[in-house]
Design a protein around this ligand. Structure first.
Ligand code: NAD
Length: 492
């Protein structure tokens, strides 16, 4: 059955009060053959209907991206930058509508949703200012050799549910600025704000350059195994990343994997606790801990351990947990039931450890919604699930150490290597320790925050390749050596 191509009216309200959103295919917002509901994690009730794309609908999106590629790649970087900056301005124009959808589907407070959109716009602007000149490798009287970078073709973008707008914006900007076209698939838990980015692009990006399809996990599997896909940019969990890598092997698609982390922060005893504790707390509990680069293991020197724990417990107890649509809420729910149940199981496992002390939180309030109070746990060492696994939620273990070298060793004893940080008044000493962390990004006296101009990615099981910055953009292109003789020579 052909896909209905008649554009649907924006934000059309369906019987039952659910708003309906369409997919972006070939420059039009279209409905699909099948629907799926999107739930609010704060109420557990459906609030929106989006397409559950069929294989045929996906094929149409991939074909539209393929057809748009030759003309888009022929444009200059300046022309593509101009389009993307207009797209960024359109996102800003629509920010209130996108933020409301983001809060409803993801759970974060509305103020946080607005900041995510602001950061997404900034990321597009930053990515588009990166200079992609060819690199002159040799220039002698005999020959000139240049390293140039060519667009790859149709890029598949796949995103996670924790910060869906920023992940989508970053992938769109990188793929399109470098001359590729794209088919983007958001998480089935949080498709709405991403579909609204598609609406914002109407009339700005040429038809087919960007396509956004919504659906379940099988849609991701179809997309990544399609022979027309030249590159996959994936953000999500390690087990899915492995499947994506396997799928890419069928046609040697280029792959960037941005996967999970279990970030350690190491706090030396000379820090100013008044400044450092609030910063550490935010880096652990922002977005209810659902950030790939959140602090997930906090190593604190024995001299200040008890005081840091006391201050963390107070900050955690003060947090106003609630529906992100209510103005007073400082922290929203966990995004989905599977994640909520995983976190409750981690809590139960932790409670069964005799030395574990839950000094704050540990409570899932009664009633609708996947709410868990910010939880701080002490008394643990490595070898238990809460320390060894990525919780990806508002539960933080604080671990005591006596010797900084030992703390670095413990931080590195993890299969993950996304990022990490060292905190000290002595920045030179902290930098020396930070360099020893086996991670993609090592910070001193800060933790977290992505910047479109600075490469980002994971070591070890936290990923393959880099996004952002010149290094990231080159991951969206094929390097090509162009060698030209400077003197007339007979062709061989
Ligand atoms: P997930 O792996 O379950 O899903 C991610 C995406 O993959 C979703 O869009 C999903 O529909 C899709 N998918 C599922 N099966 C697929 C398949 N077989 N082929 C292709 N796509 C498929 O991850 P999640 O639960 O949405 O996200 C949480 C994880 O993401 C955490 O581990 C977190 O640390 C990680 N994450 C990493 C970064 C980073 O930049 N490194 C950023 C955000 C989140």
């Amino acid at each position: 059955m052909p896909v209905e191509t008649c554009p649907i009216r924006r934000n059309e309200t369906q019987p039952g009060g659910l708003a309906r959103y369409g997919q972006l295919v070939g420059g039009e917002i279209v409905t699909g053959e099948r629907d799926m509901e999107v739930l609010s994690p704060a109420t557990e009730a459906a609030f929106a209907i989006v397409p559950d794309a069929t294989r045929g609908e996906l094929a149409r999106a991939i074909a539209a991206a393929g057809a748009a590629f030759p003309a888009w790649r022929a444009r200059s970087f300046d022309e593509r930058r101009a389009c993307l900056l207009d797209f960024a301005a359109a996102i800003l124009r629509d920010r209130d509508r996108i933020a409301e959808a983001l809060t409803r589907e993801q759970g974060k407070p509305l103020s946080r949703a607005l900041s995510e959109i602001g950061n997404a716009v900034r990321a597009i602007e930053d990515i588009c200012t990166i200079d992609m000149k060819p690199q002159l490798l040799r220039d002698t009287p005999a020959e000139k050799i240049e390293l140039v970078y060519r667009p790859l073709g149709v890029v598949a973008g796949i995103t996670a549910w924790n910060v869906p707008v920023i992940l989508a914006a970053q992938k769109i900007a990188q793929a399109l600025y470098t001359g590729n076209t794209m088919v983007l698939k958001p998480s089935p838990y949080t498709p709405v704000a991403t579909l609204l980015l598609g609406e914002a692009s109407l009339g700005i990006l040429p038809p087919g350059v960007l396509n956004i399809v919504s659906g379940g996990n099988e849609l991701g599997a179809w997309l990544t195994s399609d022979p027309a896909i030249a590159k996959i940019s994936f953000t999500g969990s390690g087990p899915t990343g492995r499947r994506v890598l396997e799928a890419s092997a069928s046609n040697f698609a280029r792959v960037t994997l941005e996967l999970g982390g279990n970030d350690a922060a190491i706090v030396l005893p000379d820090v100013d606790l008044d400044k450092v504790v609030p910063a550490l707390f935010a880096a652990a509990f922002n977005n209810a801990g659902q950030i790939c680069m959140a602090i997930k293991r906090l190593y604190v020197h024995a001299d200040i351990h008890d005081e840091v724990v006391r201050r963390f417990a107070r900050l955690a107890d003060e947090i106003r947990l609630g529906d992100g649509m209510l103005p007073d809420s400082e922290m929203g729910p966990v995004q989905n039931r599977a994640q909520y149940e995983k976190l409750l199981a981690l809590l139960a496992d932790t409670r069964a450890i005799p030395d574990a002390h839950i000094v704050a939180g540990g409570v899932a309030p009664e009633g609708a919604g996947y709410f868990i109070r910010p939880t701080v746990v002490t008394g643990l060492v490595e070898g238990c699930r809460l320390v060894d696994e990525e919780p990806f939620g508002p539960i933080l273990p604080i671990l005591r150490f006596d010797d900084a070298d030992d703390a670095v060793e413990r931080a590195n004893a993890s299969p993950f290597g996304l990022s990490g940080s060292v905190w000290s008044a002595d920045t030179a000493r902290a930098a020396a320790l930070a360099r020893r962390l086996e991670v993609g990004t090592a910070w001193v006296n800060r933790h977290g925050g992505a910047d479109g101009g600075i490469p980002l990615g994971g070591a070890k099981a936290s990923g393959i390749g880099r996004e952002h910055g010149l290094l990231g953009l080159r991951n969206y292109m094929e390097p090509q050596i162009v060698s030209v003789p400077q003197v007339a020579v007979a062709p061989c």
